[in-house]
Design a protein around this ligand. Sequence first.
Ligand SMILES: *Cc1c(COP(=O)(O)O)cnc(C)c1O
Length: 369
Amino acid sequence: MIECPRQELPFYIMAIKLFIPGPTIVTPDILETLSTPMMSHRTKAATELQRRISDNLREVLFTKEEILLSTSSGSGLMEGAVRSCTAKRAAVFSIGAFGKKWFKMAQTNGVPSDIIESDWGQPTTPEMVDSALATGKYDLICVTHNETSTGIQNPVEEIAEVMKKYPDVVWCVDAVSSAVGSKIETDKLGIDVLITSTQKALALPPGMAICTLSKKAYERTADVPNRGLYFDLRTIYDFIQKKPYQYTSTPCLTIMYALDAQLQKILQEGIENRFARHEEMARFIRSWADEYFTVFPNRKYLSKTLTVIGNTRNINVSELNKELIARGMQIGNGYGELKDKTFRIAHMGELTMDDMKAVTSNIQEILHL
Ligand SMILES: *Cc1c(COP(=O)(O)O)cnc(C)c1O
């Protein structure tokens, strides 16, 4: 037998605990499911796999609508949503790096669109949404649920109230770094397309994107002539109806095995318990940040899955991280414009309160706080 050549990984990758906002740690039992043998993706077993995944996702995403999967990271379906559901013009509300990127996706796909920006560290307010939609120019809006660059969770409940005045507008939400860690009642809020991906609060390896699709959003796609194909939400939806619970091309079966197992584990933990665990970790990290640094964004709208901490002591974050990595843990540096002004501690996925205590006490020790 010919041996499979393997690249040796640096030792620390094997042992490191990630406190970065994606990819997050994957538990060993889930890692094992990644070595499940391949099967034909055109079998009944593949259908059953995708159906079970979809049913369980409906439960944790609080929707009765169809679930679409995509072999891509979350960005794929963000691009697909704005392109295939905008017939007139999209209003992209941006509160940081990922909102900006969503606008760029619209622009580079030739989707007529405007960006409505908040200062970094501030939310999208219901008033901003109302005044944009009152112009009558837009038939779709993009809103970030949890902005990973600034640590803001937008007030989607309040935005939902405004959206009731505009029943023809399709509402897309980027919940890539919050879904399944922070409660979002998709149908109740009237969100038409809620997007997430596997490597954040779902605590899986990267590789698949997930979205919900309302009937309103589906119907809208009929009015959009150039939707593309691979990320066209209509094509993915139609395929599921025609060939029950199958994917338009070859799906990432490996991640589907893991997603299937992880969703069952999440339901065993209890989705409300999972949210409560995230809240408890968030509260702990925020008060730690207040004691030794400061919480960066507007305190009224804090993320439940990560805390962006203002670097008030002007520490060298990459030096700190080097020391942390030697101790088997890694935090996130600031993102983009906030690179040295902030650092980030994620509290999502499978992390626990013990992990929060460990990372903060190690930071204190390293910095002699
Ligand atoms: C990570 C992230 C994305 C991008 O998702 P990918 O899965 O990396 O494509 C988009 N939006 C937010 C808020 C994110 O945190």
